[in-house]
Ligand binder design. Sequence first.
Ligand code: SAH
Length: 257
Amino acid sequence: MKHIARKRFGQNFLHDNTVLADIIAAIAPKPGETMVEIGPGLAAMTDLLLKSLDHMHVVELDRDLVARLEKRFPRDKLTIHSGDALKFDFGAIPVPEGQKLRVVGNLPYNISSPLLFHLADFAPLVLDQHFMLQKEVVERMVAEPGTKAYGRLSVMLQWRYRMALMFIVPPEAFDPPPKVDSAIVRMIPIADPLACDAETLSAVVQKAFSQRRKVIRNCVAGMFTEDQLREAGIDPGTRPETVPVEAYVALANLLKK
Ligand code: SAH
């Protein structure tokens, strides 16, 4: 029986074989690696990944899809974690000594930001992440200071990951097609990120970008003085979107003092 795509689970299934081959080539799975796929769905990617891997893990929320996966794959090939990736403990996946976890997925777009933030908690355990996301979201993730796309997501993720937009995927590659272009992003955790408390940085960046058109002095009024801005290396008269990641980190660390 055909699975009817559920909108509430952000289901857009990949069906373009060229795009699928390009994604697998970008991931380049190798035997012996430990990999987890978020939202395997009808296993379009899973099937191809398992051609190279001996075994992999998947996290899937939709119970109907879990039942299909259980029927289709032997347990020694696929470990199925039935549940919400937003609550999943990625640290619980066993990884051989000296190895790190690889994370992949054509993600449900409705939960992409919270999922990226949830995964950031596990960054030290992760070798790399390859995700399909809305193109516009990937552009914000990789945006440099001084561009329109640079904002909260850029700062919070660039603090902890090196990231690159690999390629763009058109709506026709999916069934049903989403309304927007998608893109594949590669994320590699930075081994020694600048020391900072994630929640403090998040609060600072949220306040700084709350009124993008104003100068930063006004955006963070009540939280920081002009002198503190200067101490973090920031010109109080500049716009929040011109302030580099390191300066936001320095600013957040002033709050902790
Ligand atoms: N990887 C498949 C399906 C992508 S659609 C493909 O490329 O064709 C997104 C998938 O994520 C669906 O299978 C959906 O059921 C699943 N999903 C949605 N929300 C989820 C969540 N919170 N946790 C885990 N999986 C989720």
